[in-house]
Design a protein around this ligand. Structure first.
Ligand SMILES: Nc1ncnc2c1ncn2[C@@H]1O[C@H](COP(=O)(O)OP(=O)(O)OP(=O)(O)O)[C@@H](O)[C@H]1O
Length: 328
């Protein structure tokens, strides 16, 4: 058997990350320079759903545009699916899908005709193409609209159709800019379920920007928070909680049986790292420097009490996001 590669055989790039940027930067303007993206170092693992969040003007769209080859970086570099974002843009186009905001289609054409047009751009064979169009429209719940003009589609239908369009070339990396903005809660949930399903069943890496923290918390494995072009934090929601815990400490709520709450408070007070205590409506509020769950529970037990409720104050992504942005 010949070990030589046949001519024209595509050698897949082997890379640990689906997306990687090194000191990626974009400056707009000459005199009044705007550092839209400022020394951004990102590593998105293969197969993860990665959320990219930040206030208006943070640099999310500019970053995405650089990653898909629509804008040249001012400085720094990046790779998507192993391909260089400046020198190998054609390869990036072939291996990625993009749902921009807003998504634009040929509104005089039907859903099928639109997808046929995009499939042709990717040189997809007619036999493969026609079946893929049917399958994709079924996936996004638009089978009945296959021969309707996209001009008549509702916002929710347009978003789902945009997703079908982004998937026409069976991409390994999918860029989604605000995939649920402007759609009703039912439509938004359908879209989120579709994204999760695509990621799980096909292993597609998803890079998603959104202003909905609930959405990002629901579907993203890891999240990067940026503001004024700079990366402020990156990690899972629990990693982000740890960042805030390290800065601000931890707030616990406890309910105790078998001994008076004041006795439990006295016992908890002795735990090293507990900095404040308060009793409110049969609940003990404890502030600790770090995570001290085990130590606090142990102190209550030692004093003869039984912990019947022990919760950490809720820190959802929305709260974490605001704290991280404020801290910057
Ligand atoms: N073509 C351009 N020329 C000049 N400035 C630009 C250009 N594109 C973006 N900017 C500026 O760069 C900064 C980042 O913009 P960008 O659109 O990337 O932010 P964003 O995080 O996507 O914001 P939003 O959440 O509002 O969509 C902003 O200050 C914006 O005004």
């Amino acid at each position: 058997m010949s070990m030589e590669l046949e001519q024209n055989e595509v050698v897949p790039k082997v890379d640990e990350f689906a997306i990687e940027t090194i000191r990626l930067s974009k400056v707009f303007g000459k005199e009044n320079k705007i550092h839209a993206v400022d020394n951004l170092n990102l590593q998105v693992r293969k197969g993860e759903v990665f959320g990219f969040v930040g206030p208006n003007g943070a640099g999310k769209t500019t970053t995405m545009k650089m990653l898909i080859g629509l804008l040249e970086p001012s400085e720094g570099s990046g790779k998507v699916a192993g391909y260089d974002i400046v020198r190998e843009v054609i390869n990036i186009r072939e291996t990625t899908g993009v749902l921009p905001e807003p998504a634009g289609f040929y509104d005089n054409l039907t859903a099928r005709q639109n997808l046929r047009f995009y499939a042709k751009l990717y040189d997809i064979e007619p036999e493969v193409r026609e079946q893929r169009i049917v399958n994709l429209l079924e996936t996004v719940g638009l089978t009945r609209a296959i021969d309707q003009k996209t001009g008549g589609f509702s916002t929710g239908m347009r978003k789902r159709f945009g997703l079908a369009q982004a998937l026409i070339n069976e991409p390994s990396v999918l860029f989604l800019d605000e995939p649920t903005s402007g759609i009703d809660p039912v439509g938004a949930q359908m879209m989120r379920d579709l994204i999760k399903d695509l990621n799980r069943s096909k292993g597609v890496t998803v890079f998603l920007s959104s202003h909905s923290m609930e959405e990002v918390e629901e579907i993203c494995d890891r999240i990067a928070i940026i503001a004024r072009g700079k990366l402020l934090a990156v990690g899972s929601v629990e990693d982000l909680r740890d960042i805030i815990r390290a800065k601000e400490g931890v707030n616990y709520l406890l309910e105790v049986q078998d001994i008076p709450l004041s006795e439990a408070a006295e016992a908890v007070k002795t735990v090293e790292g507990v900095t404040a205590l308060e009793i409110q409506d049969e609940t003990l509020h404890v502030h600790a420097k770090t995570k001290l769950r085990t130590e606090i529970a142990k102190a209550v037990r030692k004093a003869g009490g039984t912990v019947s409720m022990f919760e950490e104050e809720e820190m959802n992504l929305k709260k974490l996001f605001l704290k991280i942005i404020e801290g910057a």
